[in-house]
Design a protein. Structure first.
Length: 249
């Protein structure tokens, strides 16, 4: 069995640590700090934004120490099936990606994959890495295998590659778009993006008159889906986590 990767807890904002320890909501914790009721290593803190190490610092509220929670950083790859929501929870009771993984830590998906799409989803409790992976300045590649209706012409594939097709009111960026093979009257494409607007591939494919039938994400940055079956998941290895971190430096 592959050994899972964990990383020591980094410094976090004081109000976030208080909220995670169950003291109160984050807003209420901010009020506690401003009221001078919180101390770190015996020094009263009255300003927001102070960062602490929850595993090292002694944090008290009204003189009482908060419970220390040893939270390991976990990194999970999941092959999301169709009709599963890329979210931690859903008010409508639909199944989510978090429902499919069995870990004691609270994890969240890195970005989103359409409800009707399938493939690679990363889940983690590492908020810093999540933000970096999703920030457009890092240009993290996302690769998809997409079955579209019909057989796109060379001109249409060129338009897709060049970018400029409107998605969410803005022109799309250039992309890698290659034919993989034909399946009857339809065509499989390999598409690589460095941006992630809502339903971007589906919108562009529809604009070009070749709607999507199947959409599978097979890679996020250096992490590949491989032979992981739909609905199955595993922990990333130390090497894979290191590659993710290098991808956003």
């Amino acid at each position: 069995m592959t050994k899972k990767a964990t990383v020591k807890t980094a410094e976090e904002r004081l109000q976030k640590v208080l909220a995670h320890a169950g003291v109160a909501s984050r807003r209420a914790c901010e009020e506690l700090i401003l009221a001078g009721r919180v101390a770190v290593n015996r020094r009263v803190v009255t300003e927001l934004g102070v960062k602490v190490n929850p595993r090292r610092d002694v944090i008290t509220v009204d003189g009482e120490p908060i419970a220390k929670k040893e939270e390991h950083r976990v990194y999970i790859i999941l092959n999301k099936p169709r009709d599963v929501l890329s979210a931690a929870s859903d008010e409508r009771g639909r199944q989510t990606v978090v429902d499919l993984v069995d870990v004691p830590e609270r994890v969240y998906p890195v970005g989103r994959l359409d409800f009707n799409s399938e493939g690679l989803v990363l889940l983690t409790n590492d908020g810093e890495l999540t933000q970096k992976l999703m920030h457009p300045s890092h240009h993290v590649e996302k690769e998809y295998h997409v079955l579209v209706t019909g057989k796109p012409s060379t001109d249409k594939l060129f338009r897709w590659r060049e970018g400029g097709i409107e998605v969410e009111g803005q022109p799309s960026a250039p992309a890698i778009v290659e034919k993989l093979n034909e399946e009857g009257e339809d065509t499989w494409l390999r598409i690589v993006l460095t941006e992630g607007r809502k339903r971007q591939i589906r919108v562009i494919a529809k604009t070009l008159k070749h709607p999507v039938k199947v959409l599978i994400r097979v890679r996020l940055g250096p992490i590949k889906l491989g032979r992981l079956k739909p609905g199955r998941w595993r922990h990333l290895t130390f090497v894979e986590v290191a590659r993710l971190r290098r991808a956003v430096k």
